[in-house]
Design a protein around this ligand. Structure first.
Ligand code: DGL
Length: 266
């Protein structure tokens, strides 16, 4: 059986993508992962499309230099505005989180009223609305920009009272319109899942696109006969700027020490 022991590249603006990397490691324990958090340019949500394309290009070049076999853009903002544009320029499969997230939402929603919490740039792109409507043209979608949440997660202020208040106000419109599904449309938001679920109430399903994204990654690896052949893979973590959130907050969420987080200038 053919195999491919090269690593899978995973990237985000910061520690958000760790929520996807963790799931990859749980479900594909033999795979090596090279993770890069672009903390020098965080938060992505307030950046322009041309800036986001440039950051993604630099990251993908770095990952290609490190011989990855596939790239997971574990960032909704990047997936929304730059992945489709850059995809053709790279010889490896690039998997974003928005299409899988949209698919997952349509699968679980019963009344096809779907709220999407996301960064400002993701909301501005309308990527979730487009993807959801391309699957179910009669769905109703509320995309809500949540500018306070990424800084709160990166600073470890997940449980602060003002964050709960912000979550309540962000959820107001979709909940008022009886949305039965809320998509965590930013990979930082699973860190706030308990607050979001509590405010949403039991009748609302919270969708983390990471689950469907990892399912897609598995399919891509199977199609290219590219699974690694080893028992336990390694994960290496890089940050382009500050590494504090990785060692302090990311590690707590990841459930283990991330080791030395290397700083790279790209
Ligand atoms: N975690 C990212 C996302 O999924 C980006 C957050 C940010 O830097 O604004 O959108």
């Amino acid at each position: 059986m053919p195999f491919d022991n090269r690593a899978i590249g995973v990237f985000d603006s910061g520690i958000g993508g760790l929520t996807v990397a963790r799931l990859i490691q749980q479900q594909l324990p033999g795979e090596d992962i090279i993770y890069i958090g672009d903390t020098a340019h965080l938060p992505y949500g307030e950046k322009s499309v041309s800036q986001l394309i440039e950051y993604a290009r630099r990251i993908m070049d770095f990952l290609m230099e490190n011989q990855v076999k596939a790239i997971v853009a574990a960032c909704n903002t990047s997936s929304s505005v730059s992945i489709d544009i850059l995809r053709d320029g790279y010889p490896v499969p690039i998997i974003g989180v928005v299409k899988p997230g949209a698919r997952a939402a349509v699968k679980v929603s019963k009344n096809l009223r779907i709220g999407v919490l996301a960064t400002e740039a993701t909301v501005k792109s309308s990527a979730y609305r487009r993807e959801i409507l391309s699957i179910q043209g009669n769905a109703r979608v509320w995309e809500i920009p949540c500018p306070l949440l990424v800084p709160a997660v990166e600073q470890g202020r997940n449980t602060a009272p003002e964050i709960r208040e912000a979550v309540s106000s962000y959820l107001h419109l979709p909940l008022q319109n009886q949305a039965d599904t809320i998509v965590l449309g930013c990979t930082h938001y699973p860190y706030l899942q308990s607050v979001i679920a509590e405010v949403s109430g039991e009748q609302v399903t919270i969708v983390d696109p990471a689950v469907e994204t990892v399912a897609e990654l598995k399919k891509v690896l199977a199609d290219m006969q590219g699974y690694a052949r080893r028992e336990t893979g390694r994960a290496i973590f890089y940050a382009t700027g500050n590494t504090y959130s990785f060692t302090e907050i990311g590690a707590r969420f990841y459930g283990r020490d991330l080791g030395r987080v290397e700083t790279v200038d790209i």
